[in-house]
Structures are given as structure tokens and as C-alpha cells.
Design a binder for this molecule. Structure first.
Ligand code: NDP
Length: 260
């Protein structure tokens, strides 16, 4: 592996694994890390979609720098095998972005245990599972960056997304727990908490006129975020520019969480 980039935000020499990067926020973050010089491993479950993203990025950034692997982050044996295969066949992971997640919108009185567990397992437990497997190798090498994707729901609740809110609240303290255990091994773990970002996950909300106007009124920046809005903060948290930033949740939300 080449030496690490010498300027603050240069990721040359890094290998970044971004979960859920076949589309949406993860895709933009992966592309941002590629633009900053890193090699990237793309990920998702749908192999067709993943391959299309890999091909587009390989055409643009060179096929040597773009890899892809499909596995379910909620399944422990698949996580173990997936991380082991990246480490042995592609290279040592220096940056992990725990991004993959799901939403489930239903009033809590109608929320089944099965859906509660599916959301908690995908949005919280999987960040622990993938983080633990990657950290084993990072701790041994005494170097690594982890970025957990949280949400404004890490701090704020809203009706109909109870399981998601509980999971994203958990991501804050998982980030702190990882910091407490791994910061001394030179692993910086932080979280990015996006506001309302226009992706497939939020398309139904963008299409809902009442919700859309509420978002515009509720967000001081008076707009939806774009996936590109996450790139600068992600590159910073992946780079040596954040080497003494530990356990923080950085809100990228147009100011939503600082006003009532
Ligand atoms: P999308 O639904 O657009 O993309 C989700 C990605 O995660 C896809 O690549 C999907 O691939 C993958 N994924 C989902 N479940 C699994 C699984 N079990 N195993 C492996 N991969 C999986 O979501 P967004 O880009 O909108 O969201 C990304 C992250 O950002 C999530 O954690 C979300 O909670 C968070 N977030 C989003 C906000 C928004 O406004 N959009 C706001 C705040 C936070 P596949 O389906 O092929 O498995």
C-alpha cells in the first residue's frame, strides 16, 4: 500500500469501505473519498445495482481503485466473511463508513416486534457488527477512522418512526463506546448526522407537499440537503485533519437541530 497522503485532506493510500454505497448518501460519500484519493470498496445487497455503481466509478476513477462486495450487514457470518475477504483480497481497511440503513414509517401502536427488530438490527446492531470486525484489524495496526451515519433523529423524535429514532439515538452512544475502547489505539470514531436529504429513502416525503413545506419551514437553510452535502464532512472525518476529533456527532442538517 502506498504511503498515506501528506496534505490534510488527501486520502491517497487509504482504503475506504462504505456500507450501503450502491446508492444514496453512501454512494456520494464513496465518490467523495475517491475524489480525495482513496481506494474504495462499494457495498449493498442488490448485486445488479452494486455492479452498475462499480462500473460507473471504475470508468471515471480507474478500475484499480474501485471494488465492490455484496453482503447483508445484519448477518454475523456474512459480516465476518465479507470483512475478511476485503482484508485479504483487496487490502487493509483504513476508513470504515457505517452508512447502510433502513427506515420504517408506521405509528408505534401499529409497529410490530418484527419490524422494530429489523430496523434496530440494520441501523444499530450492524454498525456494531461491522465496526467490531473492522476494528479487530485496525487495533492490530494501530490506525483507523470510523464514521457512523446517525441522523437528526439521534437527537429529535417525530411521530411514526419510533424504531429508527431509537436506533439512531443508539448510534450516538455506540460512537462514544467505540471511542472509549479504541481511541488509545489511534482509531478515531465519529458520527455524521444528516438532516433531511433527498434520496430514495425520503422520496415519498419529498413528494408529499405538506411534508415538503414543513421541512422547508423547519430548516433554517430552507432546503433539503443533497447527498453531496455530506462529502466535505466525511472527507474531513476520514482524513488526518480530524486526528484529535473523537466520539463526536457532527450534524449536517442546515441548522435544523439548533432551532425550534
Ligand atoms: P438509501 O435507502 O438510498 O440506501 C441505503 C443503502 O443501504 C443501499 O445501498 C442499500 O443497498 C443498503 N442496505 C440497506 N440494508 C442493508 C443490509 N441489511 N445489508 C447491506 N446493505 C444494506 O438510504 P440513504 O442513502 O437515504 O441513507 C443512508 C444512511 O443515511 C442511512 O443510515 C440513513 O438512516 C441515513 N440518513 C438518511 C437521511 C436521509 O434524509 N436520506 C437522513 C439522515 C440519515 P441494498 O438495498 O442493495 O441492500
Amino acid at each position: 500500500m502506498p504511503a498515506r497522503g501528506s496534505t490534510t485532506f488527501d486520502l491517497t493510500g487509504d482504503l475506504a469501505f462504505v456500507t450501503g454505497s450502491s446508492r444514496g448518501i453512501g454512494r456520494s460519500i464513496a465518490e467523495g473519498l475517491l475524489r480525495a484519493g482513496a481506494h474504495v470498496v462499494l457495498h449493498g445487497r442488490d448485486e445488479g445495482r452494486l455492479e452498475r455503481t462499480r462500473q460507473q466509478f471504475a470508468d471515471q476513477y480507474g478500475k484499480r481503485r474501485v471494488h465492490a462486495i455484496a453482503f447483508d450487514i445484519t448477518d454475523e457470518p456474512s459480516v465476518r466473511a465479507g470483512i475478511a475477504s476485503i482484508e485479504t483480497e483487496i487490502g487493509p481497511i483504513t476508513v470504515l463508513v457505517n452508512n447502510a440503513g433502513v427506515q420504517h414509517r408506521v405509528p408505534m401502536l401499529e409497529l410490530s416486534l418484527e419490524d422494530w427488530e429489523r430496523v434496530i438490527r440494520t441501523d444499530l446492531t450492524a454498525a456494531f457488527l461491522v465496526g467490531r470486525e473492522v476494528a479487530k484489524a485496525m487495533v492490530a495496526r494501530r490506525r483507523g477512522k470510523m464514521i457512523n451515519i446517525a441522523s437528526v433523529q439521534t437527537d429529535l423524535a417525530r411521530p411514526s418512526i419510533g424504531a429508527y429514532t431509537a436506533a439512531k439515538g443508539g448510534v450516538r452512544n455506540l460512537t462514544r463506546a467505540m471511542t472509549a475502547e479504541w481511541a488509545a489505539d489511534n482509531i478515531q470514531v465519529n458520527a455524521l448526522a444528516p438532516g433531511y436529504i433527498h434520496t430514495e429513502m425520503t422520496q415519498a416525503l419529498v413528494d408529499d407537499d405538506a411534508f415538503n413545506s414543513w421541512i422547508l419551514g423547519r430548516t433554517p437553510a430552507h432546503r433539503w440537503g443533497t447527498t453531496e452535502d455530506l462529502v466535505g464532512p466525511a472527507v474531513w472525518l476520514a482524513s488526518s485533519g480530524s486526528d484529535f476529533v473523537n466520539g463526536q456527532v457532527i450534524f449536517v442538517d442546515g441548522g435544523m437541530t439548533v432551532v425550534v
